[in-house]
Design a protein around this ligand. Structure first.
Ligand code: WT7
Length: 668
């Protein structure tokens, strides 16, 4: 899915009901493993309890945290949609993620097993983390950072990134992470919008076996107007490569942080104190700074991490493969797991360096028990071949998670079989940067899982599917996903733009949060996500979801990955264009395109048959693994490419364009 917020909406039913029936025909169900169910952190009773008293349920979850002042009011919704959760409570987020575990006698527990891409490793205990975060907090104070000042963080996947985030949280300075893969322009725009005072970065990090510089992009960004308020750049030395230096502005982390006192007494802030801003891109206009605050955010990230992964902090080794620069990294590398006292793995690099089994080698090495990754990564591993994970001992795994886009049933089943050894539940977790934490997901000890469906709102969460007129659709029909009650980790606004917050999320349907995703309820009322509503195609008067056509393509044994777009077409309004990556051993022979078109027709009906199918080697993706459909649409419509600054690898588009003439001419 591209992460484009719908500025425009299609009309009518989002997808045809026949296609859902098709999906369901093949459906297989997987009951929770008996042992897991018997010892599960959360049982079916939680749904009942939360339904009977939703606010009471969240008040109870807030007690997982350590509050300097316990909240007496759970939700203030007197000025919707501007929520205040636990507003008279006071807490320090970093104290909750670090110090309180040390105070509880768990200082020797490993918080982070760091695995650098070159193979260097560090084990960081909670006591180590407390010292590091305290030093970094003292360093930020020495640089003049005050409570409320914004700090931009542009870093590789190294422990200092987590330390920097927690140091900001500790002193109440909201952080704004910017993906290490973003360009200097994207960085400058985010520094300007948040009016950051300090930037924390590194000389670089390791990617694909080589040092990849970061500091030059910061230097470049800071030449742009609107970034003048950045007083200092704090630089971690990671690669040791030569780095340009601005005297008086640039400061080495090892010179400033290492000489600080390892004592710092955290001060409590009110529950609604801003914790971070994280930007998400839109189709048009500047990126939106999603604002998250402290008490509600930490409550829901901690609860969902405990419930959805069934985390047993004494014995589990958890690993989330996301980049810390996107929301999954914030909520499920930093805040949720650390609030729960988890032991986790952080890996710096790419999954195929130095070989395609690197991830599975890491699972084996650290005996990872819970793995959280994205469908795009799973499909890449499918493409590389089953024999690669088969070489490693993955028997420690007991829960597998997925996030980021709809996971097609084939990838779900491949994941459970090849990675989970057919033992592990797979939890498909639907949420967004805006929701802050998981919203719709199976529970591993409760839910009978259906591959491809995120299934049910978590306890305490209210979601449904509505039609154009905001009527709830009956089971078996499709429409738009909406959230019908406020939730603790919800975004509070768009930084500096309350009106845009109202317009984007709360104006499409009255009193309901519009997520921008199409969805269906099946006969049991379980929710199936169908992708961004912007990605729905209109073909000869039929609405067809890109997700469903992609899912049908990927169910063919020769296809590893697929991206589908609707290109303007004089006859049919839009024509379906598919870009496919073939599996490792599949040859691109003449009959293949016809075979795939026939396959889609058989699965979804002739109307969904792609007009063009183009085998490609790579698809354009953002650093968070989302396919940039916008660019594929540009290619399919022979337009110049729009903004490519958020692409992981901009050469991909040149390759795709060079394959275009001729190859895409399969007509009816
Ligand atoms: C969009 C949010 C949630 C953190 C990562 C992405 C899509 C996310 C799922 C899922 C179907 C999913 C949606 C959503 N999405 N998870 N399990 N099934 N779709 O955060 O960048 O804010 O993107 O990702 O379209 O709206 P994000």
């Amino acid at each position: 899915m591209t992460r484009d917020t719908p500025d425009t909406l299609g009309k009518g039913d989002v997808v045809s009901n026949e296609s859902l029936a098709n999906l369901l025909k093949e459906e297989r169900r997987f009951a929770p493993p008996a042992e897991l169910a018997a010892n599960a952190n959360v049982t079916a009773e939680a749904y009942e309890r939360a339904k009977a008293d939703r606010l009471g349920f969240w008040a109870e979850q807030a007690r997982r945290l350590s509050w300097e002042t316990e909240p007496t009011e759970t939700l203030d919704w007197s000025n919707p949609p501007f929520a205040k959760w636990f507003k008279d409570g006071r807490l320090n987020v970093a104290h909750n993620c670090v110090d309180r575990h040390v105070e509880a006698g768990l200082g020797d527990r490993v918080a982070i097993h760091f695995e650098g891409e070159p193979g260097d490793t560090r084990a960081i205990t909670y006591a180590d983390l407390q010292r590091e975060v305290s030093r970094a907090a003292n360093a930020l104070i020495e640089l003049g950072v005050r409570t409320g000042d914004r700090v931009a963080i542009y870093m590789p996947m190294i422990p200092e990134t987590v330390v920097a985030m927690l140091a900001c949280a500790r002193i109440g300075a909201p952080h704004s992470l910017v993906f290490g893969g973003f360009s200097s322009d994207a960085l400058a725009a985010r520094i300007q919008d948040a009016d950051a005072r300090v930037v924390i970065t590194a000389d670089g990090g390791y990617r694909r076996g080589k040092p990849s510089a970061l500091k030059p992009a910061v230097d470049e960004a800071l030449t742009q107007p609107g970034t003048e308020n950045v007083r200092n750049v704090l630089v971690v030395r990671r690669t040791g490569e030569e780095t340009a230096w601005t005297e008086g502005r640039d400061v080495w982390w090892h010179e400033l942080v290492d000489r600080q006192s390892e004592e710092h007494t955290p001060q409590a802030f009110e529950a609604e104190h801003p914790l971070f801003i994280l930007y998400t891109s839109g189709t048009t206009g500047k990126p939106k700074g999603i604002l998250h605050t402290s008490g509600g955010y930490l409550t829901q990230t901690a609860y969902t991490h405990h419930a959805v992964f069934d985390l047993k902090p004494e014995t589990d080794v958890y690993w989330c493969t996301a980049d810390v620069g996107w929301v999954t990294g914030h909520s499920y590398i930093v805040y949720g797991p650390l609030a729960n006292g988890a032991t986790q793995v952080i890996y710096e690099g790419t999954p195929d360096t130095p070989h395609k089994g690197r991830w599975w080698e890491i699972v084996e090495k650290y005996k990872v028990t819970i793995l959280y990754t994205a469908p795009t990564a799973i499909r890449t591993c499918m493409k590389w071949g089953d024999d690669i994970p088969a070489k490693f001992d993955l028997s420690s795994l007991r829960v597998l998670g997925s996030v980021g886009e709809p996971i097609n049933p084939e990838a779900w089943i491949w994941y459970r079989h090849n990675i989970g050894g057919d033992r592990t539940p797979v939890v498909d977790t639907w949420w967004q940067t805006e929701t802050g934490a998981m919203m719709i997901s199976p529970l591993p000890g409760v839910t009978e899982a259906k591959p491809g469906s995120a299934q049910v709102p978590l306890p305490g969460i209210a979601a449904t599917v509505v039609d154009d007129e905001a009527n709830e659709v009956p089971d078996g029909s499709g429409g738009y996903l909406v959230l019908t009650e406020p939730w603790p980790s919800m975004l509070r606004t768009i930084w500096g733009d309350d009106q845009r917050y109202l317009d984007t999320y709360w104006s499409r349907f009255q009193d309901r949060y519009f997520a921008g995703d199409g969805a269906k309820k099946d006969g049991d009322g379980d929710i199936w996500l169908l992708g961004r509503v912007d990605d729905v195609m209109l073909v000869s008067g039929h609405n067809i979801s890109t997700t469903e056509v992609e899912s049908a393509l990927v169910s063919h044994p020769k296809v590893a990955e697929a991206a589908v777009v609707g290109a303007t077409d004089p006859q049919t309004t839009q024509a379906i264009c598919a870009f496919v990556i073939l599996r490792g051993n599949a040859a691109e022979d003449e009959g293949l395109v016809e075979e795939l078109r026939g396959h889609v027709a058989k699965h979804l009906g002739p109307i969904a048959k792609p007009k063009r199918i183009l085998p490609v080697d790579e698809l354009p993706k953002t650093r968070s693994g989302k396919i940039m459909r916008r660019l594929l649409r540009d290619v399919a419509e022979n337009r110049d490419l729009g903004d490519v600054t958020t692409l992981t690898d901009s050469t991909v588009m040149t390759l795709i364009q060079s394959k275009l003439p001729g190859a895409a001419s399969s007509e009816d």
